[in-house]
Design a protein around this ligand. Sequence first.
Ligand SMILES: C[S@@+](CC[C@H](N)C(=O)[O-])C[C@H]1O[C@@H](n2cnc3c(N)ncnc32)[C@H](O)[C@@H]1O
Length: 249
Amino acid sequence: MERFVSPSSDTDVSFNVSTSLAPPRINKLPGTTSITFDGSLKEPLFLKEDLKNGCGGQLWPAGMVLAKYILHRYPSELSDKSIVELGAGGGLVGLAVARGCKIGAPIHITDQQPMFSLMNDNIKLNHLESMVTASILNWGEPIPEHIPSKPEVILAADCVYFEPAFPLLIATLQDLLGPDSVCYFCYKRRRRADLRFMKMAKKTFDVVEVRDDPDAQSYNRENISLLTIRVKSPRHMRRVQPGREQDGT
Ligand SMILES: C[S@@+](CC[C@H](N)C(=O)[O-])C[C@H]1O[C@@H](n2cnc3c(N)ncnc32)[C@H](O)[C@@H]1O
């Protein structure tokens, strides 16, 4: 049997908000981690982590939160949805969703070129070749043709940390979000500048805090927020949408 070695843990990384959301260690050594999201996955997900090609080469706290939320909230509701992940790093969120949720079409996990081989390694490691496709998608650049142009679900975790990239990410969300799209967007506020991204996002889109996650209280304490982002609905439509949550910020 193959043995997986991880410097951080060679067994399951059970997701526990207070401990797992600690700031990532600097100089983390390459290794492979096994994750079940507190038993949400019957078959664990294996994630190769390697920071040699960039910060996406390790698991990030908002990715853990987003993956766990989708696994719990949408175990079988995504089967007719097209799904694209932005800034996927090693593919944590998209791979978890592919493993634990019923999906009908392959999930497109995307990132910049340096992450491409790691995404593919992790797809193979988990035997998810038929359910997940890795692609290069640079924010602010045209969406590659093979990626659904207006996917119904967009996943983005821990993509707010580098200010010059904020307008690029906004532009990509504008390109991808159609009238029937929703982006599940999880981010950790680390510095004041990160709020500038949220300001830009709220000017451009309908941004609403997710309120049905039982874990929210604990990760909110760690400055992690889980939001939905949609195209702005016309004013008159907003008035006739009963029960629609309002911008919680
Ligand atoms: C902090 S990591 C998060 C990785 C993963 N989503 C997670 O939660 O574990 C942010 C990711 O965004 C990607 N990224 C940063 N700038 C980007 C850009 N301009 N275009 C596409 N991806 C970008 C990085 O390569 C990195 O993999």
